[in-house]
Design a protein around this ligand. Structure first.
Ligand code: HEM
Length: 333
């Protein structure tokens, strides 16, 4: 089963490269509205251990009130995943986990559609503490979300330097797309989803194992037609009133049945592909089809502990991409 919708950043590239192609006006409206929060970005700050410990308690409280684990994980990944090991300029222009996703310029990238919701949820915490940096806060929110959702206890290091002006944002196009565009090509020119994944993740310094482990984050959350262009309006697992939605917002297509639980069901579901209510993008499907990716899918589907341990290791690597440390990095207890 494959989504028939165009993925959001494919749309952006299409608009840029092929202006004559039809692009839904709805998407464009949403992209404009996604800019608003970035017009007032939280200032650059440095973290202290004490500040982050307080912020951690506030994040736990926020997650109790609103189970927004998935979008917090996506926010931290999209901040970090802009890093490139190729022709890398000096910090702050090399991408990575530097807080630049809070700027309007980066939120306007099609791949980041919808992330303003995560920024607005974190804003009260970001503004409450003068000693909590934005880049650290995003990575902290992701680690806490995964733990609260039942996943591994990830212990990232903190002390990232925050980017301090919109000019620090990297150009659009560094994050992956789930499906090729209508011409069968991904925006980076690759035609096969495996080549696309490797081009994007090798650029960040990741291995095939890391790609599979990190893709397992799709055990959480949903894709929505009005954000990325993927998925359905809703499914039997995301409709209002279903137990999975709980106090969260309904809609979209999830990759797993219990999409607010961090477990290894993603790997079982993309292997079986039996349930048409669950999403499988081309970049999910290729993990099962590709000879080098498949052994990791099989391992993680059979052994949740192996997934948790490899995920935690890759997530820490992700959280440190492109980082400049203010001082000696530290971990929270
Ligand atoms: C492997 C390449 C990847 C592709 C092509 C991809 C693509 C996508 C897309 C299209 C969405 C739907 C966004 C929306 O419509 O709101 C999404 C959601 C999500 N992604 Fe990925 N992603 C990838 C890797 C990752 C990684 C590495 C992580 C984290 C480590 C991650 C975490 C998430 C989460 C948690 C969501 C759900 C967000 C929500 O429910 O609000 N993804 N991804």
């Amino acid at each position: 089963m494959k989504s028939t919708f165009l993925q959001g950043s494919s749309r952006a590239s299409l608009v840029a490269q092929h202006p004559s192609r039809r692009v839904s006006s709805r998407t464009l409206v949403l992209r404009v509205s996604a800019k608003r929060p970035g017009e007032n970005p939280v200032k650059a700050k440095s973290s202290t251990k004490q500040g982050l410990q307080h912020a951690k308690q506030d994040i736990v409280q926020l997650l109790k009130e609103k189970p927004c684990y998935p979008i917090m994980v996506r926010l931290a990944w999209h901040d970090a995943g802009t890093f490139s090991t190729e022709n890398t300029p000096d910090w702050p222009n090399r991408g990575g986990a530097n807080g630049s996703v809070r700027y309007m310029e980066e939120q306007a990238h099609a791949a980041n559609a919808g992330l303003h919701h995560a920024l607005e949820l974190l804003r009260p915490i970001a503004e409450k503490y003068d000693d909590v940096g934005n880049a650290d806060l995003f990575q902290l929110a992701s680690a806490v979300s995964i733990e609260e959702a039942g996943g591994p206890d990830i212990k990232p290091r903190f002390g990232r330097r925050d980017t301090y002006k919109p000019e620090c944002c990297v150009p659009e196009g560094r994050l992956p797309d789930g499906n090729a565009g209508p011409d069968g090509t991904f925006p980076d020119g690759t035609k096969r989803p495996g080549d696309h994944l490797r081009k994007v993740f090798y650029r960040m310094g990741f291995s095939d194992q890391d790609i599979v482990a990190l893709s397992g984050a799709h055990t959480l959350g949903r894709a929505r037609p009005d954000r990325s262009g993927n998925g359905k309006e809703d499914t039997k697992y995301t409709k209002a009133g279903t137990p999975q939605v709980g106090s969260g917002s309904p809609g979209g297509s999830s990759w797993t049945v219990q999409w607010l639980k961090f477990d290894n069901s993603y790997f079982q579901d993309i292997t079986e592909q039996k349930d048409p209510e669950l999403l499988v993008m081309e970049t999910d499907d290729v993990l099962v089809k590709d000879d080098a990716f498949r052994p990791y899918v099989q391992k993680y589907a059979a052994d949740q502990n192996a997934f948790f341990s490899d995920y935690a290791e890759a997530a820490i690597k992700l959280s440190e991409l492109g980082v400049e440390w203010e001082n000696e990095p530290f971990v929270l207890n």
